[in-house]
Design a protein around this ligand. Structure first.
Ligand code: MV4
Length: 522
């Protein structure tokens, strides 16, 4: 087994990996920037090394500094987490070149899957369905027009070096293909240093379903079922779940088999994800992500397996712990991403210092977070504070549990996405599993706050006062001994889940004029 690991990451994923390593008896080494001196991942590790200033390019993205820390600490392996250097083939190569174990796939696999046209070619050759489109990059605007016409409109132009939606351009008619090509190529060159662009048929309102895969160094490959990730905003996922509410056992089996073919086609080792678009009863390969994903806990909850433990075992050269038929699928799990963003304010990034926190608990509830009271939230890194995950035998139970848990969650000192997530947990289309990548765009009411000045504001205040008076009459008084400060539980408000009542509910909660207004209008 691996005896020591440096975790080349921060926040919740660094903590997640360190927790697993500790349970396996692996010595853990954290790294931290000047902004993360007292972060939980640093405090939790056996040892921690400073790697530079807050700016990621001079710390978490600085291969030389990470490798220096690895050498000084004498670790045997490096776990990249996700983001930062996790999908950089040159980093994987540098780690292996330094005589260390890279906990992830080979540099060659990362490189092949990073080129989206090569990925398409390899998948098509392996019998994995791909979206109709071009095999390679387009040489000119004229070629783009011709390719678009051959594929059939609407089409989408994508960066060969892209992924994650950056630089995508949808084209609905022939006249626009040339100018879209020029724009997409320019954007791709600026974003990725490679202006190559290819074309695919554009699927309308697809669902995003991905399959968790695992491969070992002995030719073994399995899948751990799917995750439904359709609720996204600008290619950032907000809610993920497993299994997908609308996938039948037959489709699940076919998608799983296609994902395993994909894994075998690139000699995959470690944890990976095959992303599919699902539209009109068909599924198509989209991309392969050569890392552990943010949303891996929903897979862990429905399989009962520890994916990070599997990563370490595979990296140590062990065969996969289970055969395909033995991989369980039990119950339903949902994950909500809690980010430091103001959802009702255009997702404006929020900053601050985490004050008092209440982390939800109880049966079927998991909190994977990277913050604690006192943690500073700035603008240097990704806004993900933590992930709230619930499990129950059925989907409705997991949703109710999530709503309950979001109600318990309190993060004072910084605005979070939690109030929006709580609204989603009550929204009829979500409850019915009517999901697509257009879900948020098609539900603008989720973002309504109701107080927007003028007449509306007067009405909102009136409605809110009415609601407040009604509630005062029927809720138990809050107990507060003289001189005792209110705890976060008693106080309500703050930046966490907020204690929004259910429509018509009777719970005490902070006064929320927007909510009261929306309810009054119904
Ligand atoms: C597509 C598509 C429709 N047709 N490709 C967006 C992220 C990037 N990984 C690929 N994306 C898409 N590719 C074809 N041929 C629609 C999207 C897309 C999307 C995909 C998954 C999840 C959310 C999305 C939101 C908008 C567009």
């Amino acid at each position: 087994m691996i005896e020591s690991v440096l975790v080349a990451n921060r926040g919740e994923i660094a903590l997640r990996v360190i927790r697993c390593a500790k349970e396996m008896g692996i010595r853990t080494v954290a790294v931290f920037s000047e902004a993360d001196r007292t972060s939980p991942h640093v405090l939790c590790a056996d040892e921690a090394y400073p790697i530079g200033p807050a700016r990621a390019s001079e710390s978490y993205l600085a291969t030389d500094r990470l490798l220096r820390a690895a050498r000084r600490s004498g670790v045997e392996a490096v776990h990249p987490g996700y983001g930062f250097l996790a999908e950089r083939d040159d980093f994987a190569e540098a780690v292996v070149g330094a005589g260390l174990v890279f906990v992830g796939p080979s540099a060659a696999t990362i490189r092949a899957m990073g080129d989206k046209t090569e990925a398409r070619r390899r998948m098509a050759a392996a019998g994995v369905p791909v979206v109709p489109g071009t095999d390679g990059p387009l040489a000119s605007a004229r070629e783009a027009r011709e390719a678009a016409e051959a594929v059939g409109f609407p089409v989408v132009l994508k960066a060969v070096a892209g992924g994650g939606g950056k630089g995508m351009r949808v084209v609905r008619g022939g006249e626009d293909a040339g100018s879209a090509f020029e724009a997409a190529a320019r954007e791709a060159a600026a974003a990725f240093g490679d202006g190559s662009v290819y074309v695919e048929r554009f699927l309308e309102r697809p669902r995003h379903i991905e399959i968790q895969i695992f491969g070992d160094r002995h030719g073994g490959a399995v899948h751990l079922h799917e995750r439904e990730c359709s609720i996204q905003r600008r290619h950032q996922k907000l809610v993920e779940e497993a299994p997908s509410p609308l996938l039948g056992p037959e489709e699940r089996r076919r998608m799983g088999e296609a994902a395993v073919r994909a894994a075998r086609a690139v000699d995959y080792t470690g944890a990976g994800t095959v992303e599919f678009l699902y539209a009109g009863g068909e599924f198509f390969f989209l991309e392969m992500n050569t890392r552990l994903q943010v949303e891996h806990p929903v897979t862990e909850m429905v399989t009962g397996l520890d994916l990070v433990e599997w990563q370490f075992r595979v990296a140590a050269g062990e065969p996969l712990p289970l055969r395909q038929e033995k991989i369980p699928l039990r119950g339903h799990a949902i994950e909500c991403r809690i980010t430091s963003e103001s959802p009702f304010d255009g997702f404006l990034p929020a900053t601050g210092t985490v004050g008092e926190m209440v982390v939800p608990g109880g049966p079927g509830v998991r909190w994977d977070g990277g913050i604690a009271g006192g943690t500073g939230i700035g603008l240097h890194y990704d806004p993900l504070l933590g992930k709230l995950v619930t499990w129950a035998p059925r989907r409705t139970g997991a949703i109710r549990r999530m709503e309950r848990a979001l109600g318990e969650l309190r993060i004072d000192g910084v605005a979070t996405s939690a109030p929006l997530l709580r609204r989603i947990m009550r929204e009829p289309d979500f409850l019915a599993g009517r999901l697509s990548t257009a879900y948020l765009a098609e539900h603008p009411d989720l973002f309504e706050t109701g107080v927007s000045g003028g007449e509306g504001e007067v009405l909102a205040v009136a409605a809110a006062l009415l609601e407040h008076t009604r509630r005062q009459g029927r809720t138990a008084p809050r107990i507060r001994r003289a001189g005792m400060p209110l705890s976060a539980w008693q106080r309500g408000g703050g930046g966490g889940g907020g204690w929004e009542p259910r429509p018509g509910g009777q719970r005490a909660g902070p006064f929320d004029p927007g909510r009261a207004w929306a309810e009054e209008r119904r």
